[in-house]
Design a protein around this ligand. Structure first.
Ligand SMILES: [Zn+2]
Length: 326
């Protein structure tokens, strides 16, 4: 059943579930996006996204397309040695699902599971904002914060549970609680929800600025409102965004020193929301990088955007099959 030329690609994340088809050139041909509810559990999400993929598979097969393999971009920690989800910080129950086995049973195709950010890094390095660079460090800023490292066109697999986990680098000792169980991680102050949490915290510390701000309300503002206030010159909005960018810059500069990427690609809903925020990130990161490395890397915005993970999933599936045939 692996003699076809098309691929199924999946993505699961904090807010969405995606099923897609990639053609013989590995480019994504069609995508179905489903929105998940916060209360959804993994079993329901998996069923919904697999059913969406069955619809795509049926239609393409009816038109003569054969399928070769499946790539699954999981929004959580993957255990590579078992090719399965290990832990999802945003949705319970994924560790109980044999994703690769279930997909294999449904579609009769080999399925490969990898962390979503590693796949986005692979795709950006291959045909996105990092194309042509020998090494790419990818960071997603969205519901969570994750990272991936690609060198010479390959995901750098440094551990069974992944690597390049910039989201859980501590940037504020004893800072806000993070969903990983730690405190003061990048994710706790730089993700969408983290920006909101940081606003609540800074509002308590600077009540005068907070009360004078258009963001002042009984409930902490969301990340969109915070970015809008910052763009409009609101002093409290600026305080929150600049502090958050400083936290990210601290961790990113360490990542650059440690992994010396040619390109740092920023993706995710929040990461691609504001070119001005990326400019600020460039300015705040550069002085923290070792002086002799400062001119050798560039921070750029994701080119593949919403398609980065599924594009990476198709690429990975094709490579795994090619490696098996060697
Ligand atoms: Zn954490």
């Amino acid at each position: 059943m692996t003699d076809g030329s098309h691929y199924l690609a999946f993505e699961t994340g904090g807010t969405k579930l995606v099923a897609a088809v990639a053609g013989p050139d590995l480019r994504i041909l069609e995508t179905v996006v489903l929105h998940r509810e916060k209360s959804d559990r993994a079993e329901r999400s998996f069923e919904r996204v697999a059913t969406a993929a069955e619809g795509l598979h049926r239609r393409y097969a009816a038109n003569g397309a054969g399928f070769r393999a499946i790539g699954f971009g999981f929004g959580g920690v993957v255990r590579r040695s078992t090719n399965s989800p290990h832990l999802c910080l945003h949705e319970d129950g994924w560790e109980e699902i044999d994703v690769a086995g279930e997909l294999n049973a449904r579609f009769g195709l080999p399925a490969f599971v990898e962390n979503d950010c590693k796949l986005a890094a692979l795709a950006e390095a291959h045909c996105g904002a990092g194309a042509g660079a020998s090494s790419v460090f990818y960071v997603t800023l969205g519901t969570g914060v994750g990272g991936g490292l690609v060198r010479e066109g390959r995901i750098q697999t440094l551990g069974d549970f992944g690597e390049a986990e910039i989201g859980h680098v501590v940037v504020e000792r004893g800072g806000p609680p993070c969903c990983c169980g730690g405190r003061g991680c990048v994710e706790s102050v730089c993700s969408g929800p983290g920006l909101s949490r940081l606003a609540a915290l800074l509002g308590e510390r600077s009540p005068g600025l907070w009360r004078a701000s258009k963001l002042f309300a009984p409930r902490p503002p969301d990340s969109k409102a915070i970015l809008a206030a910052w763009r409009a010159g609101d002093p409290f909005g600026s305080l929150v965004v600049e502090r958050s960018v400083d936290y990210l810059a601290t961790a990113l500069a360490a990542a650059v020193n440690l992994t010396v990427p040619e390109k740092v690609v920023i993706g995710g809903g929040l990461g691609t929301a504001s070119a001005r925020m990326i400019d600020l990130l460039r300015k705040r990161t550069a002085p923290l990088v070792a002086p002799y490395l400062r001119d050798d890397f560039e921070i750029v915005v994701s080119k593949l955007r919403e398609q980065a993970v599924t594009q990476g999933a198709a690429l990975m599936a094709a490579r795994k099959i090619a490696a098996r045939l060697q």
